[in-house]
Design a protein around this ligand. Structure first.
Ligand SMILES: Cc1cc2nc3c(=O)[nH]c(=O)nc-3n(C[C@H](O)[C@H](O)[C@H](O)COP(=O)(O)O)c2cc1C
Length: 147
């Protein structure tokens, strides 16, 4: 089973920290949707989407990538980091009509210095921490274990 994770991690690299830990433990191709807007994903069995949450949505580059490049009938999963709370509605909408099978979702806090939060020293300082990162690796193991 070949896996790719398409991501955007533009604020503090919070989401990328989770992905680097997953990619260090498992055979996964990471695709930065900000740099690579189009790619043929047919050779992958599982395609995950990962992003910080920006204005309650996944990064627009990830949403565009999903709409343009996601093949039909693939397994998928979602990973997010956020200052306040996760919201997967945007990526779910982007995958409408792709007949994807959702394996699971993982989210954790990510250091957030957007707008007024910067003045307060930021939200969720220190996140993702070691436990958050270990949680992401455990999530990946759980959803990809051959059953
Ligand atoms: C422009 C902008 C908008 C954001 N909007 C939200 C939001 O609506 N909800 C939320 O919980 N966090 C929000 N955040 C915080 C980010 O989701 C959080 O810091 C995340 O970990 C960033 O991930 P990254 O470092 O991988 O880009 C926002 C951050 C930025 C820069």
């Amino acid at each position: 089973m070949k896996t790719a994770i398409v991501y955007a991690s533009t604020h503090h690299g919070n989401t990328k920290k989770l992905l680097d830990a997953i990619a260090a433990a498992y055979e996964v191709d990471l695709i930065d949707a900000v740099k690579i807007p189009e790619k043929d994903l047919n050779r992958y069995d599982r395609i995950g989407f990962a992003s910080g949450i920006y204005y309650s949505k996944f990064h627009q580059a990830v949403l565009n990538f999903a709409a343009v490049n996601m093949p039909q009938n693939k397994q998928t999963f979602f990973i997010s980091t956020y200052g306040g709370k996760a919201d997967y509605t945007s990526i779910e909408k982007a995958l409408t009509a792709k007949n994807s099978v959702l394996l699971g979702k993982y989210g954790c806090k990510g250091y957030d210095t957007f707008g007024p939060f910067k003045l307060m020293g930021g939200l969720a300082k220190g996140h993702p921490d070691e436990a958050d990162i270990a949680g992401a690796v455990a999530f990946y193991k759980e959803i990809t274990e051959e059953k």
